[in-house]
Design a protein around this ligand. Structure first.
Ligand code: SF4
Length: 279
């Protein structure tokens, strides 16, 4: 698989192509945060905030133009010609998903639902019936009215919601995600979203100062997942993964495959949810 997840492709500002293991093929990323704004400050964040962002607002006309260009380029075989994708040319002609992701938190922008509408329109225009619309989110903004409208639109168009949860307690949440938002709000948003639509929980496990997540923290984390389900929420799957690239904090380090599998086994046992491991 191509490992370069660079979000700067040619001169495009708002979209980028990625061969993604989780999508099992070509994912067109939609970067709704070219300004690199996020309401988390995760210790493992890969976004390079030493260089300034390329734009401060999402212009929906520009998004439409760039997305149409990149989808057409991919379908016509343009990506397959590029050295970056030469290992997997056969994967580049099928768009598996359009994913709201990028250099920050997508739900922070004021015109989220308008951006979803653009993706829906382009999906229809290019007959990408099987392609999913994926939102990769830290869940902090899932309670906003415009975001809820966007989620509704996504759900009507093969939407999937991939929601981050890395902690079970407020102190650990503050250590790893370093947000000014309280964990309780994140959990409330996760629960309300999961009550309406199935969600996928994405959890990054790591070593903090050489220590894996403690049994008490992992128990609390599993308890949070059980709470969501007990409240009538549907968690379709848990994706357990670890750090893939160097982090801004040298004390935040990767788990071994064995350590990650052990955590996944505990989650399965304590929640009875399906857990997929990505390392
Ligand atoms: S939520 Fe994502 S973009 Fe924001 S700090 Fe964490 S890893 Fe980075």
């Amino acid at each position: 698989m191509v490992q370069d997840h660079s979000r700067v492709f040619q001169d495009l500002i708002l979209v980028y192509p990625v061969i993604s293991r989780r999508s099992q093929g070509l994912s067109i990323g939609i970067n709704l945060n070219p300004d690199k704004r996020c309401n988390f400050d995760c210790v493992y964040c890969e976004v390079d905030r030493r260089t300034p962002g390329r734009a401060s607002v999402v212009d929906v006309d520009l998004l439409r133009e760039e997305l149409r260009w990149l989808v057409r380029f991919s379908l016509e075989g343009g990506l397959a010609q590029l050295p970056k994708f030469c290992e997997v040319p056969e994967l580049t002609r099928v768009v598996r998903d359009l994913a709201f992701s990028g250099d920050g938190e997508p739900t922070m922008i004021p015109n989220f639902s308008a951006c979803v509408q653009v993706a829906v329109d382009v999906k229809r225009e290019f007959h990408l019936e099987a392609a999913k619309l994926v939102l990769i989110t830290d869940s902090a903004g899932l309670d906003k009215a415009d975001v809820r409208a966007g989620l509704e639109l996504m759900a009507q168009n093969q939407g999937e919601f991939w929601c981050k949860l890395d902690a079970g307690t407020e102190p650990y949440f503050r250590t790893v995600n370093r947000s000014f938002i309280r964990l309780e709000r994140i959990l409330k948003n996760l629960t309300q979203t999961a009550q309406r639509w199935p969600i996928i929980v994405q959890s990054l496990f790591l070593k903090v100062q050489g220590e894996v997540m403690s049994p008490a923290e992992l128990e609390a984390y599993c308890g949070r997942l059980r709470d969501i389900v007990a409240a009538g929420g549907t968690i379709r799957e848990v994706h357990a993964y670890t750090i893939a690239r160097p982090t801004p904090e040298p004390w935040a380090t990767k788990l071994s495959r064995v350590e990650l599998e052990q955590i996944a086994t505990t989650i399965r046992a304590q929640t009875e949810l399906p857990v997929r491991v990505f390392d």
